[in-house]
Design a protein around this ligand. Structure first.
Ligand SMILES: [Zn+2]
Length: 333
């Protein structure tokens, strides 16, 4: 059977191998369908608001800043400029032992001003700083991480879907920020997510194939990844991307778990794949270097500083450590 004929077994159940992180926010998919839900939630006085602008959230210390939604809305509106409001849902109690930044069942609203006002103005705290997700993610607790990711995903979609794709008319926001409707043809438009596969490729001798882009002699190595194309199954995308990027024929693959990565709109679907090939041929475009590692070789290369691998923020690291069978120690700088 050639690799292009590879078929995943039909009707197999999803078997998530990587640990599933529980949801930290009840998105209130029924609640947000009520007309005027944002006004109702904000005027209740119980709602807290986070602020995100141009992909940066307002952070104080190592916490997302959450202000009282009602007065903040007034000051942001008074400051002028475009302002989008989105209902993110209600916080859930973290599983036991985890710290929580916000009491459970707190309604959370997202305000997205067109421009990030200077901290200390427009109702924002003077000690706040506008911070990107990658800069702070490793230090955020689970609730703040969930809110930052959800807020990034929905605000990135709004930023690029302001007009009706059918007739070009500016659309209006409904359902607490989760639908945009065209007032001309009444079409509804929903937030989009782009599926991408990310894969550990394992040879018949158990070694792991990692690759990297950019300069040929760069030190960073990671799993291989690519977007799923329209009309393609996830398994077909795994086979195609690995063949394209490193010229390796996948013989089988297994789904392991997923991670939302809304920068701007990806959902990373993690797989492990096997191959009988022993030679990798990087395409020289997306992947400029590829290398096989035994477990001992990978750990030694990381500890010596010869290579770097993906950080723990990413599903790439989880996939690599799933293959490794434990935690890979990082070089202490
Ligand atoms: Zn339209």
């Amino acid at each position: 059977m050639s690799f292009t004929e590879f078929q995943a077994p039909a009707n197999h159940l999803i078997d998530t191998v990587l640990p599933v992180r529980p949801a930290m926010v009840d998105r209130g998919s029924a609640e947000r369908m009520k007309p005027g839900v944002l006004d109702e939630v904000i005027s209740s006085g119980a709602a807290k608001a986070m602020v995100l602008s141009q992909r940066q959230a307002l952070v104080v210390g190592e916490k997302l800043w959450l202000g009282d939604a009602a007065p903040l809305l007034e000051t942001l509106q008074a400051a002028g400029g475009p302002l989008t409001a989105i209902y993110l849902g209600r916080t859930l109690a973290p599983s036991s032992g985890q710290p929580s930044s916000v009491p459970a069942q707190t309604p959370i609203v997202l305000f997205v001003p067109g421009e990030p006002s200077a901290p200390g103005t427009a109702g924002l705290p003077a000690e706040g700083t506008w911070t990107g997700f990658r800069e702070i993610a490793s230090r955020l607790d689970a609730t703040d991480t969930a809110l930052f990711v959800e807020a990034s995903a929905i605000s990135n979609w709004h930023a690029t879907h302001t007009h009706c794709p059918q007739c070009g008319t500016p659309t209006v926001i409904e359902a607490g920020g989760w639908v945009r409707r065209c007032p001309r043809d009444n079409s509804e438009h929903y937030p989009r997510t782009d599926p991408a596969i990310i894969v550990t490729v394992v040879g018949s001798d158990g070694r792991l194939l990692l690759g990297g882009g950019g300069p040929v002699d760069a030190k960073n190595y990671s799993t291989l990844a690519g977007f799923v194309e329209p009309g393609e199954s996830l398994e077909q995308a795994v086979v195609r991307e690995i063949a394209e990027e490193v010229g390796v024929r996948v013989t089988a693959c297994q789904y392991l778990g997923s991670q939302s990565w809304p920068f701007p709109a990806s959902l990373m679907l993690g797989f492990t794949a096997t191959t009988d090939d022993v030679e990798a041929r990087p395409d020289g475009v997306e992947v400029t270097r590829a290398r096989w590692f035994s477990r001992a070789e990978l750990q030694a290369a990381v500890l010596s500083g010869e290579i770097t691998i993906s950080t723990r923020l990413s599903i790439a690291r989880s996939l690599i450590e799933h293959w490794y069978g434990g935690v890979i120690e990082d070089l202490q700088q």
